[in-house]
Design a protein around this ligand. Structure first.
Ligand code: FMN
Length: 448
């Protein structure tokens, strides 16, 4: 039997802490509402499913100072999305809201309100923000051990869904929740919203993160492409089935960028130029300093890598993955070997390390690559991350979207009004309080 042709789903990410997006000479301001509305409306013109805001609840710092490499500062997402609801009509509006530092009653209220204001277009990317350093901004000193972060997140989503279900035909009913992280009682204040439960997105990657996603998410924002993406896809879909859910009810969407050209050669030249523009000499040195934990400003960005070793005492608190001196030392060794083997200076090395896997080619070729990847079960669609904003999505929508539409894999008109409807997913039915928590707990605590 022939496999049915899958539709390609698309979301657009409004880039915030991406190091160079807002430094591009074509970029606008990341706090100007016109930037948000331009990008969201462009994505809506391209019939995207969703517009997504990332969230970084602490500024990027470098060696104790606010970093001047990226752009500093971000607006509150739900407020921005509420404003966007009035200048867009169909596209989903998704906020990244972490479950580690917030309280469910408050988050559930804001998301339900956005769902009302937007007519059923609200999405929630449930993240668990890993580090104590970010947690310093919050009341509790704010961090949890890794496994507990997902237990809290599972309970958080359980509670939020219970609250969203809390209105019956005669108004608000009473809720009572008592669990390891939350003990709350009362009546939810927001009447049942159009999607009943705002659309759920997840972006974690660890064992627990995948289990949590398999139990709760309707879309997964992943970082895996190529063969690793296909393995991720198969793994997560298997987990979804194990949680008693239909695998096609969870859409897997890797983050990608793209570079277009009038012919393949032109596109490759544009990609090289874009990467050169993205990695300034200053950024290249900064990138190395994170691992070395030393001031490397005296090094020539076009010269060889430092021959001194990383400072074992100087772990950057803002990069928890680099806390271990041995990890930093191994990484420095690996980079030195790569640079020596390929005869790369500091900047060239960083350009290589940060290149990612953009789709590169003519609009037809990019559409073909994207579609092939979806049809071969590497993904169900993509989260597009423009290289500059807000205009960086324009040429994709003008030139690649029609190619996808010609292939019959992207809608030419919206058929529904809700974000969940755009993904073709069924409305939520009968949430069982504590069901998510119990499935996650089984995985995280096999011995108890
Ligand atoms: C593609 C992707 C995007 C993410 N975006 C955010 C974000 O905007 N804000 C945030 O606080 N965490 C974000 N995260 C972090 C995850 O939610 C999660 O906290 C992190 O990956 C650690 O969890 P893990 O150990 O399960 O991977 C993102 C993760 C991935 C993979």
């Amino acid at each position: 039997m022939n496999k049915p042709v899958k539709q390609v789903h698309l979301a657009a990410l409004f880039p915030v802490n991406h190091m160079t997006t807002w430094r591009d000479p074509r970029a606008g301001s990341q706090v100007d509402f016109a930037s948000y509305s331009h990008l969201a409306r462009t994505a809506e013109k391209g019939k995207f499913d969703a517009f997504l805001l990332a969230d970084f609840p602490r500024l990027v710092e470098h060696r104790g100072q606010v970093s001047d490499v990226g752009v500093a500062g971000q607006l509150d997402q739900i407020t921005v999305l509420s404003a966007l609801a009035s200048v867009t009509d169909r596209i989903g509006l998704a906020a990244t809201v972490n479950a580690t530092f917030n309280e469910p009653f408050d988050v559930a209220r804001k998301l339900a309100t956005l769902d009302h204001l937007s007519g059923g277009r609200c999405g929630w990317n449930v993240v668990t923000t890993p580090d104590a350093w970010t947690g310093e901004n919050f009341r509790r000193g704010g961090y949890l051990p890794h496994a507990d972060r997902y237990l809290r997140a599972a309970e958080f989503v359980d509670v939020a869904r219970t609250l969203w279900d809390g209105w019956g035909p005669r108004g608000a009913t009473r809720f009572h929740h008592e669990g390891p992280h939350f003990r709350i009682d009362g009546r939810f204040t927001v009447p049942t919203c159009p999607q009943v439960h705002p659309f759920t997105i997840q972006a974690g990657d660890s064992e627990q993160g995948r289990e949590f996603a398999a139990a709760t998410a309707e879309m997964i924002y992943s970082r895996h492409l190529g063969l690793a993406g296909q393995a991720f896809y198969a793994d997560v879909k298997r987990r979804v089935a194990r949680h008693g859910r239909a695998p096609e009810h969870v859409k897997i969407m890797p983050g990608v960028s793209f570079v277009l050209g009038d012919c393949d050669e032109d596109a490759r030249a544009n990609a090289a130029l874009a990467q050169r523009r993205a990695v300034s000499p200053q950024l290249a040195v900064w990138y190395l300093e994170r691992t070395w934990g030393r001031d490397l400003s005296a090094y020539d960005p076009d010269g060889p890598l430092p021959d001194i070793d990383p400072d074992p005492e100087a772990a950057p608190p803002e990069w928890p993955g680099l806390a271990d001196a041995a990890v930093r030392s191994r990484r420095a060794e690996k980079w030195r070997a790569l640079a020596a083997e390929q005869n790369l200076g500091i900047r060239e090395l960083v350009m290589k390390l940060t290149a990612g896997r953009p789709f590169i080619g003519t609009p037809a070729r990019v559409a073909e690559q994207m579609n092939d990847y979806v049809q071969s079960d590497g993904a169900d669609g993509f989260v597009l991350v423009p290289r500059y904003a807000p205009g960086g999505l324009d040429e994709f929508v003008d030139r690649v979207v029609p190619e996808l539409q010609d292939r019959g894999v992207l809608r030419t008109e919206y058929s529904g009004r809700t974000l969940r409807g755009h993904f073709g997913l069924p409305a939520p039915t009968g949430h069982q309080p504590s069901s998510i928590l119990s499935t996650i707990r089984v995985v995280d605590r096999p011995s108890t």
